[in-house]
Design a protein around this ligand. Structure first.
Ligand code: SF4
Length: 487
């Protein structure tokens, strides 16, 4: 049975173009290329279109050969033959692929080397009929480019070097690929292709991503303290100045369990996580386990400490603001230490400020090229005692700002996506957003030692148990709530 790739979900954008453009084109059922191989000299800037099994195999061999450049040439040939399952395959070491179109095959999680199983599965799906490999460049478009332009392979695998792409095999042909540099995440499945499969539309799945269950979360929101000095009246965590910190040994054990499960990211939160006395050590510990650690804070004091190393070990951090001056304070603190604005994200709780103030926050963030995440208003904790400002016109406000180029890059959380799903679905395909937490993520409270699909819906959560090996209880809780989830 032939295998087919299906894209299930993408988080964040796909990469931009580069000079040479090598792509995979997934033909629709019954669609004919109408041409045999169009072949030039090597796989550089020239235009080529590889349709036959033989020519595709030569190209794939060249890609795999380049992926193992640290090995001795003889060993590289052996590896290519093993991966392509052809012991007598002729591998031409001089088969050059332009450096801008070389695939960066992902590393196995926690390891230094590329994941051979990933390469095998993806390559098997490319070798099947109905997939062609196309080459060209940005300067002159070949005639076939226009016809297939909407089916270019997402450039994610060619955009990053330095071993920053990792992958996880979720079983049943499902893979998740995560770019640690920019946070792009791609979930896809390699499924058996049925001859009467009329759903096939290139590589974009028309199937429902919510039918695909993972054995473990990709992201865990980890509450490490209930202490917070900021007294926000709408705080859904009800954190206070008398809140307690999570026990360090529990937090280390949770991070170890998440690494064992190949969880890509931890979002440290609280309370105010930067005020946990061991916060810096937790960041380092996660970093050393190949996990990207991010955090949410309302505190900027650590940024002005000269010897603070949080950002040496963290991916990015979110700073919560409720007025434009908060954005200015963040920019000042970043610029003082010469830290790129891309390391920070502005968080805005919808309803925590009047809509005019919301508008001014967005415009200010745009002015300083800061990304903004909008968080739906949560009724849990003190959130239920505070009357939020009306934010029902937020979409119009953002659209207005966009017209005058004053709108920053925006993300929204699942709660806001759910609240405004009817309107959002008119402008975005469903694989670009979620309206349910817990599908690929989990919330762990390291103070109460409980796990739940999210932090705000009032679910009491399940206890992590007495044993310090928490991976079993995390997997169990995660898999139990999967069956009840709807998109
Ligand atoms: S909302 Fe955040 S910053 Fe405000 S009190 Fe709660 S934990 Fe502290």
């Amino acid at each position: 049975m032939e295998k087919q790739l299906r894209l299930l979900n993408v988080r964040y954008g796909l990469a931009t173009n580069s000079s040479s453009s090598h792509s995979l084109i997934f033909l629709r059922p019954g669609e004919q290329l109408g041409d045999k191989d169009i072949w030039g000299d090597g796989y550089g800037w020239n235009h080529f279109l590889l349709a036959s099994k033989e020519e595709k195999l030569k190209y794939l061999a060249a890609q795999v050969y380049q992926a193992f450049e640290e090995l001795h040439p003889d060993l590289r040939v052996a590896v290519v033959r093993a991966i392509l399952d052809d012991a007598s395959l002729e591998v031409d070491p001089n088969n050059y692929i332009d450096h801008q179109s070389t695939w960066s095959f992902p590393r196995a999680f926690g390891k230094k080397y590329v994941d051979a199983d990933f390469i095998r599965e993806v390559i098997a799906s490319v070798r099947r009929n109905g997939v062609v490999i196309a080459g060209g460049n940005d300067d002159e478009a070949p005639t076939w480019k226009k016809k297939y332009d909407n089916r270019w392979y997402p450039r994610m695998l060619t955009e990053t070097a330095n071993n920053q792409i990792v992958c996880r095999n979720d079983g049943n042909g499902q893979w998740v690929v995560f770019n640690k540099d920019n946070g792009n995440k791609l979930r896809f499945s390699v499924v058996e292709m049925l001859s009467n499969d009329h759903k096939n539309d290139g590589w974009i799945s028309s199937g429902d991503a919510s039918n695909h269950h993972s054995p473990a979360p990709e992201l865990v929101d980890l509450k490490i303290t209930d202490y917070c000095p900021y007294d926000c009246p709408f705080c859904y965590q009800t954190s206070t100045r008398s809140g307690v910190h999570g026990e360090s040994r529990n937090i280390y054990a949770i991070i170890s369990a998440l690494a064992e499960m190949k969880v890509f990211e931890i979002a440290f939160g609280g309370g105010e996580p930067t005020l946990h006395p061991k916060f810096g050590e937790f960041l380092q510990y996660a970093y050393r386990q190949d996990i990207v650690a991010n955090f949410t804070t309302r505190n900027l004091a650590w940024l002005s400490e000269k010897d603070n190393h949080y950002l040496d070990y963290a991916g990015a951090f979110a700073y919560s603001v409720d007025e434009p001056s908060g954005v200015e304070a963040l920019v000042q603190a970043l610029d003082k230490r010469d830290i790129s604005h891309h390391r920070a994200n502005v968080h805005v709780v919808m309803g925590a400020q009047p809509i005019e103030t919301f508008r001014n926050i967005l415009a200010k963030a745009r002015e300083f090229t800061l990304r903004v995440t909008l968080l739906g208003y949560k009724m849990a904790g003190r959130g239920g005692e505070f009357t939020p400002f009306d934010y029902s016109t937020w979409l119009e406000t953002a659209t207005d700002l966009q017209k005058s180029d004053q709108c920053p890059t925006l993300s929204i959380d699942t709660l806001l996506a759910k609240e405004y799903e009817a309107r959002i679905s008119q402008v975005l395909p469903d694989w670009m957003y979620h309206t349910v937490d817990g599908r690929h993520s989990a919330y762990i409270d390291a103070i109460s030692m409980k796990i739940a699909p999210d932090s705000y819906s009032g679910e009491a959560g399940q206890g992590l148990g007495e044993s310090r090996d928490y991976s079993g209880s995390i997997r169990k809780a995660f898999s139990e709530w999967q069956t009840g989830l709807k998109r």
